[in-house]
Design a protein around this ligand. Structure first.
Ligand code: RFL
Ligand code: PHB
Length: 404
């Protein structure tokens, strides 16, 4: 067994693990990242595209914002549509100056990987059988194997940044955690293409045929999504079928000018709301998707991961600079307050924007009543300035909370 030592062992080299690692290193806090797959595999996953200001600020603090500042696009507004009726939510005006940054998760992840490598920080890719030990003791450690060799990493703290399917959450004994979950009766089919976006800002479209989202990565690259039944497979959706359906769901005056082209990537993601409480157990902290999942309708998944990172970063700074270890007990409650807000917002947006008909038909008149409630709810919020402000202030992101 090959034994090494670090201060913070980070499990997972997704955006949570990489951002945390970069921030800790800036403070002189030693850390090692253990990742199950290769860097290329991580960069092949197409995920989020909208970053809140809090995320952008953290990326700057980590010293990796240069390309984001150059290539990312600041969006001052976002559109929601109901069939052909378009409503623009002026984020900047309604929030007194806040905006969001359109810059892909893939890009920010690549930037952080590059910065980590340039700084000479250790990331072990293709680490298998990662196992966490004695996390509720004074001497936690992690074992893993790499190229057939067994390794042991001794550490002081463990950050479980290993996503929904990772090992960290499952390390917390079942009787010490509570899990909350809602699984939605549809998924999102995403398509990435090298075509110019159909609109300057994102369009979240509610239609009788189901939800669609027009998003983007750059002036020449678009990302579109369609609500699809969970039973659908990617193979059921040729590019042609995708574009035809998208045109039927986007407002008519947008579809008219939609530029189509071959897909670079196409995948179906299920929609889920999930929270694990608490998010800390002994010396283990759960960060990002390891602790919570939201449906992507509010663009909150990655942003909630960033606010967890911000809180853990503040705690680690206090632990190592001020030798205050009591503050670790604040982690879970601070994170969960913001997490539940993001969960509620994402659930609410999902309810209002998707078509639940297929599922609700089974519930007869009650199902149809739910559909009408949701449609009325959306129209009420969109036709009222106060309502639009409620959406705007959550879309740009609620403030981060400080430690006590
Ligand atoms: P990640 O990105 O899942 O990274 C976790 C990393 O941990 C590694 N790992 C392990 N490493 C070592 N040992 C193990 N046993 C391990 N098990 C797993 C994994 O290989 C991986 O590299 O979590 P992180 O860093 O917390 O980041 C969270 C974000 O990725 C996530 O919130 C968002 O991408 C969610 N999400 C979306 N959010 C949005 O805001 N907008 C979107 O459009 C959007 N699309 C998506 C998404 C999430 C998806 N998932 C999880 C299936 C689309 C998909 C398909
Ligand atoms: C994306 O660009 O992938 C994206 C943007 C906003 C969302 C979800 C996904 O709400």
């Amino acid at each position: 067994m090959n034994t090494t030592r670090t201060q913070v062992a980070i499990i997972g080299a997704g955006p949570s693990g990489l951002l945390l690692g970069q921030l800790l290193a800036k403070q002189g806090i030693d850390n090692v990242i253990l990742e199950r797959v290769t860097g290329d595999y991580i960069l092949g996953r197409i995920r989020a595209g909208i970053l809140e200001q809090g995320f952008v600020d953290l990326v700057h603090e980590a010293g990796v914002g240069e390309r984001m500042d150059r290539e990312g696009h600041v969006h001052e507004g976002v559109e929601l549509s109901i069939n052909d009726a378009r409503y623009r939510i002026d984020l900047k005006k309604l929030t007194g100056g806040d905006t969001v940054m359109c810059y892909g998760q893939t890009e920010i992840t690549a930037d952080m990987m590059e910065a980590r490598q340039a700084a000479g920080l250790t990331t072990v890719y293709e680490a298998s059988d990662v196992t966490l030990h004695d996390v509720d003791s004074e001497a936690p450690y992690v074992t893993y194997s790499k190229d057939g060799v067994e390794h042991r990493l001794d550490c002081e703290y463990i950050a479980g940044c290993d996503g929904f399917h990772g090992v960290s959450r499952k390390t917390i004994p079942e009787d010490k955690r509570t899990e909350f979950e809602r699984v939605y009766p549809f998924g999102w089919l995403g398509l990435l293409s090298d075509t110019p976006p159909c609109n300057e800002e994102l369009i979240y479209a509610k239609t009788d045929r189901g939800f669609a989202l027009a998003s983007q990565r750059s002036e020449t690259r678009s990302r579109y999504y369609l609500q699809v039944p969970l039973t659908d497979k990617v193979e059921d959706w040729s590019d042609e079928r995708f574009w035809d359906e998208l045109k039927k769901r986007l407002p008519e005056n947008v579809s008219r000018d939609l530029v189509t082209g071959p897909s670079i990537e196409k995948s179906i993601a299920p929609l889920r709301s999930f929270v694990c409480e608490p998010m800390q157990y002994g010396k283990l902290f759960l960060v990002g998707d390891a602790a919570h999942i939201v449906p992507p309708t509010g663009a909150k998944g990655l942003n909630l991961a960033a606010s967890d990172v911000a809180t853990l970063y503040k705690i680690m700074k206090r632990v190592y600079k001020e030798k205050d270890t009591d503050c670790i007990h604040q982690y879970s409650e601070i994170c969960l307050r913001r997490v539940w807000n993001g969960e509620r917002f994402s659930w609410w947006m999902s309810n209002m924007l998707h078509n639940y008909d297929a599922e609700l038909q089974a519930n007869g008149v009650e199902g149809q009543t739910f559909s009408r409630f949701m449609e009325s709810e959306l129209k009420y919020y969109l036709n009222s300035e106060a309502g639009q402000r409620v959406i705007a202030e959550q879309y740009v992101g609620l403030p981060y909370e400080d430690l006590r």
